[in-house]
Design a protein around this ligand. Structure first.
Ligand code: NAP
Ligand code: G4F
Length: 334
């Protein structure tokens, strides 16, 4: 980890307000890092959450579309490791805002890499870079399970943007000798997942139905399948990638896939409901112009090289999320 043993290692995280940013910040702080985060907007409503959950993180204003703000954050934080988690990350939204998604999720990676190259100068190999690539890049899957060498066939503006960021990261590694690694992470969830994503939407709505605060769960495609893991496990893999002597790309996944129907079945079971169909309505407005039907990853390279394996299985994850929403609702938090 640390390039010098006399001072604590320093990390800079983009996307600090997101699900992964929060877990990664906690992990790095527990390892003794000085952690810096980039936060965007003049009055970001999630600043309070970051300050509450990880008060030791030092926040810097910046945006992935604004090179000078990234340069400023780099020069103030002087990081040994940069984790680029910032993105417009909601696939459905990316069709409605394709150009903005490309500006942030695609070109934002290049802007960050360039800022890093200019900042580090001759010591470019001395700053390690992590790019948050995605299983969404596999899209219309060409091989099952998906591994690092599987042909990419993205199905959304988000997926296409992630492919750009992925190859740009590889290109900076090959062109400039940058220690740049890319984690091809399959879906990972937690009680901190944004409410627009299906696992959290299901968990929270089921908790509300149980407490009499809602009477139906409205969804799109119930047959899509995803390889869902726990975000707390996945940020460990990000850190491990940057501790390797050589940068590389790794698939991070559980190797097991489930349908949305499985997700709904377990979530309702957690509140003692087996005939859940009576609460669920399908609405075409939640269908996507092009769907990723099924994803399942092969993380054997990560297991072999990084010693990484997932700890939390799907059923435990779903039950944990429903319980967390029940607790929060009962406490009147939301
Ligand atoms: P998330 O909760 O949606 O967080 C996204 C973060 O990006 C937020 O902190 C957001 O900040 C920030 N952001 C958005 N636009 C930005 C901009 N213009 N400049 C700087 N930051 C910006 O996502 P996540 O689930 O933590 O995922 C982290 C990363 O991993 C993302 O790149 C995502 O695409 C990728 N990924 C996620 C998964 C998954 O299953 N979770 C799987 C594969 C890859 P605001 O609070 O200001 O909006
Ligand atoms: O939870 P989702 O919105 O996640 P999706 O599209 O798989 O993307 C997530 O995982 C990617 C990794 O593969 C990340 F890169 C990305 O940033 C994000 O974190 O949707 C999952 C599935 C889809 O097939 C969708 O069609 O659930 C289906 N679904 C069915 N009804 C729904 C709904 N999704 C959402 N969000 N809302 C629904 O009502």
């Amino acid at each position: 980890m640390p390039r010098s043993s006399s001072t604590p290692p320093r990390a800079l995280i983009t996307g600090i307000t997101g699900q992964d940013g929060l877990y990664l910040a906690e992990l790095l702080l527990s390892k003794g890092y000085e952690v810096h985060g980039i936060i965007r907007g003049q009055n970001n409503p999630r600043r309070e959450l970051v300050e509450e959950l990880v008060p030791d993180v030092r926040l810097h204003n910046g945006d992935l579309t604004d090179m000078s703000s990234l340069m400023r954050a780099l020069s103030v934080s002087q990081p040994d490791e940069v984790y680029n988690l910032g993105a417009i990350s909601f696939v459905a939204y990316s069709w409605e805002n394709a150009a903005l998604t490309s500006d942030v999720t695609a070109k934002g990676v290049l802007t960050m890499l360039e800022a890093l190259r200019l900042y580090a100068g001759d010591d470019l190999g001395g700053v390690r870079f992590y790019q948050a690539s995605s299983s969404e890049m596999f899209g219309k899957v060409q091989e099952t399970p998906q591994r690092e060498s599987t042909l990419l066939w993205p199905r959304s503006p988000y997926g296409v943007s992630k492919v750009f960021g992925h190859y740009m990261t590889i290109n900076y590694r090959e062109s400039y000798g940058m220690h740049a690694s890319s984690g091809i992470l399959f879906n990972h969830e937690s009680p901190r997942r944004g409410e627009e994503f299906v696992t959290r939407k299901v968990a929270k709505t089921v908790a509300k139905i149980h407490l009499g605060l809602a009477d139906e769960l409205v969804l799109g495609n119930l047959d899509a399948r995803r390889d869902w893991g726990y975000a707390g496990d996945y940020v460990e893999a990000m850190w491990l990638m940057l501790q390797q002597d050589e940068p590389d790309d790794y698939v991070i996944a559980t190797g097991v896939s489930h349908s949305i129907r499985d997700l709904v079945t377990i979530a309702f079971d957690q509140v003692g409901v087996s005939d859940w169909e009576k609460y669920v309505r399908q609405d075409p407005k939640f269908l996507r112009p092009a769907e990723v039907d099924t994803l399942v990853g092969d993380a054997s390279k990560a297991k072999q090289v990084l010693g990484w394996e997932p700890k939390v299985d799907f059923e435990t994850l779903v039950r944990m999320m429903v319980d967390a929403d029940l607790d929060a609702l009962k406490a009147g938090w939301k």
